[in-house]
Design a protein around this ligand. Sequence first.
Ligand code: NAP
Length: 398
Amino acid sequence: MRGISILGSTGTIGVSTLEVIRLHPEEMRVVALTAQCNDQRLFEQCGEFLPDLAVMADPAAAQRLGERIKAAGLPTRVLAGVENLEAAAAAPEAHCVMAAIVGAAGLLPTLAAARAGKQLLLANKESLVMAGRLLMDAVRASNGALIPIDSEHNAIFQCLPAGASPGERPRGVRKVMLTASGGPFLRISADRLARITPEEACAHPKWAMGRKISVDSATLMNKGLELIEACWLFGMAVEDVEVVVHPQSIVHSLVEYLDGSVLAQLGNPDMRTPIAHALAWPQRRDSGVEPLDLVHIGRLDFEAPDLERFPCLAYAQAAARAGGTAPAILNAANEVAVQAFLERQLNFTAIPEIIEGVLETVETIENVDTLEVILRADADARRAAAAVMQHPVTRQYA
Ligand SMILES: NC(=O)c1ccc[n+]([C@@H]2O[C@H](COP(=O)([O-])OP(=O)(O)OC[C@H]3O[C@@H](n4cnc5c(N)ncnc54)[C@H](OP(=O)(O)O)[C@@H]3O)[C@@H](O)[C@H]2O)c1
């Protein structure tokens, strides 16, 4: 019986994880669940999966959850506050921890899971973007395992030789190719991009995802964050990570070897596949995903990304090359800009403008040996983003 903690169980990845666990009650048991403020959904999950522990970052929501759990006579202990997310991450009965909180809020609990030597199933790419060195060092030091959940990195993980060490470039690999769906605006003109609404940006053609990652996919920042993630996970230089737009989202990524062999992982665009792979690793278990019908799909297309219409990818490449705190600055500026766009305070095309402005104003610190340096860079970038947003051109919402 495999014990599993899910950080961010009420989100898109959390719910898909529980769907896979539901298929394997004889092998997988939920130990802990966490959320920010959706106590209704967390209560329903506790009722079905009977975890030992439920943690809510928002104290008022935790209070409501605790009252309902008590009234229903459920065995789950309820804790409140961000500091207790780490208790869920390091719960002794948990063998695997699904890190599926969105954004920088996931960093500390994800690090706690890595330090506790868990099998870390990493969906929260922002933690690796912010603190790649610290997180990979923690995984190695605790002898834990890190299995990427992003479909692209999970595909690469599956195409690499077995036994590759976390963060070390496997021998014989020339480069990795990350595929990108291109998002909902792949063919939309630059003029029209300025008038995109949050609803349009969140309607992804291939994947059902949370709102923040949906906007990141639409700006191609998601691919930029994934590029940085790939460098840390597989020990690659920025130049060895190629981004290829593949609108059908069937080929999830590829690895090219020195002899010219290219290995790819294919499947329907459904996150339950990488989730089931990571939950069962090194075994294989049913994910509930429909089999791939290549004849029905008919064709697979590939093209280069358009960095002029989607400059976020270029900013991420530059931040990856700069290293140090630059990726954390990029990530924080992006989180602030995306949130403002979702709240209709900004045009879609102002997102890259804000990121560019922040990268120009906040100084990159090269040495990122401590968490404090990273958290300071994150805070500085958030302040700088708020200042850039006060500029009348970026503030306007069309
Ligand atoms: N969705 C996908 O297909 C996909 C694919 C690959 C990678 N990822 C990555 O997986 C992560 C989660 O994405 P998602 O789409 O599942 O996001 P989501 O649907 O927005 O869910 C986010 C989860 O995090 C919780 N949360 C949000 N802010 C928090 C905070 N400050 N403290 C504690 N918990 C907090 C939410 O709780 P409440 O519900 O209570 O707000 C929810 O459980 C992201 O890093 C994303 O990049 C997602």
